[in-house]
Ligand binder design. Structure first.
Ligand code: TYD
Length: 219
């Protein structure tokens, strides 16, 4: 971990349960005495929220994959510089629902854009700023997409552009997330999210608590 407070990202396919797990973890870390900031991508700043609406709308927009990458990256640069880094420097633990891993998985694995281009763009503007820890909620896309579509219908939102893509796309996204986890096992907690939601959430809390305790004891 860095001298700053830890930056923890949640990653996973659509409908993996990241949002609920993040809320549960935020409550647990707050109870432990941490000052926690919960945020998400795309979003996290006023500019990012506008980009989110443009990027996720299921109707009304047809994005080229290059435009999609640049807008996701633009939202992240705003977020890192204006929200995440200042919060970490002020000693706040930052929990972020999706980060660079999602761009590598969706625009990289899913769309087929080279990882080197995605990483070069990131480094050009925010250096090698990465999560100290990534919680990957791994779920079979057939299960996750079903959950996600039901939630979008219940919430009556139009944010379902990615849920509308075919299963092959979502299988490539999952494969990318798993490959990222295998490449960086010390900074990743891989959680089987194909189980009951409360079991998954408790697993996330106990794993993150033990990683934080281990990093504190190492100084
Ligand atoms: P999110 O609201 O987390 O969706 P869900 O709750 O269903 O997991 O994320 C919105 C969508 O944006 C999601 O389908 C993945 C996509 N996305 C990318 O394609 N690239 C990115 O860099 C990010 C941050 C998200």
């Amino acid at each position: 971990m860095t001298a700053n407070a830890p930056f923890i990202a949640f990653e996973g396919g659509d409908g993996a349960g990241k949002g609920g797990a993040l809320v549960t973890l935020a409550a647990a870390l707050t109870a432990d005495g941490h000052d926690v900031l919960s945020t998400r991508e795309p979003g996290g700043t006023p500019e990012g929220l506008e980009l989110r609406a443009l990027l996720l709308a299921a109707s009304g927009a047809v994005w080229d994959q290059g435009s999609e990458l640049l807008l996701m990256t633009a939202a992240r640069i705003q977020h890192v510089k204006r929200v995440i880094r200042p919060a970490l420097a002020a000693g706040r633990v930052v929990l972020c629902d999706r980060f660079l891993g999602s761009t590598l998985a969706y625009q990289g694995g899913g769309r087929g854009i080279e990882a080197d281009l995605i990483l070069d763009l990131h480094r050009r503007f925010v250096e090698d700023f990465r999560p100290d820890l990534t919680v990957l909620l791994d779920v079979d896309p057939a299960t996750g997409i079903g959950r996600s579509r039901r939630r979008l219908a219940d919430d009556a939102t139009d944010e379902g552009r990615f849920e509308g893509l075919d299963l092959g796309f979502h299988q490539r996204v999952r494969a990318s997330f798993r490959a990222q986890a295998a490449q960086d096992p010390y900074r990743t907690i891989l959680i089987d999210a194909d189980r009951a939601i409360d079991v998954v959430q408790q697993d996330v809390v106990s794993h993150v608590r033990s990683r934080l305790a281990a990093s504190l004891s190492q100084g």
